[in-house]
Design a protein. Sequence first.
Length: 156
Amino acid sequence: MGYLLQAIIAPAAALRAATVPGSRVVTLQGGVSMIPIGRECRAILNIPTFPQLFLDAGAAPSLEGPIRDICERLSKATRLIYVEAGFHGGPPGIQAFVPFESGELAGEVVTSEEYGPISEGLRFLGVKSGAAVDEFEHVGLDRFRDTDKWLGADDT
């Protein structure tokens, strides 16, 4: 069973009025919300599927084009992370997060074949795992296994 996620995550108050064509804001737990980057959004904005996860061997991670522009615009007054995760039948899978703050990239792209980069990104936003296994579980990112499922879901 696979898991695919491509989204922007930020403090809930910061995304309350955010708009991205072909998507919507979804409230998560832990004081954060996300904008899933599903099929419709990718088609409208010509955003590739998982640009960080499926780089050519040896290529340095980077984030360019419309998704970077959106992240820079939305992060002018807040921190946010752009995340990607792809797992097919269990480890190894790949996760990536890209931090933004004050309207610009706020650090290196973090990728790993281990579980953890998205939780690290959530800690960048101030999320704490509490009684959950990690920050990923705490905010509820384990609720759906596909980005587009989040777009049809009621807020948590």
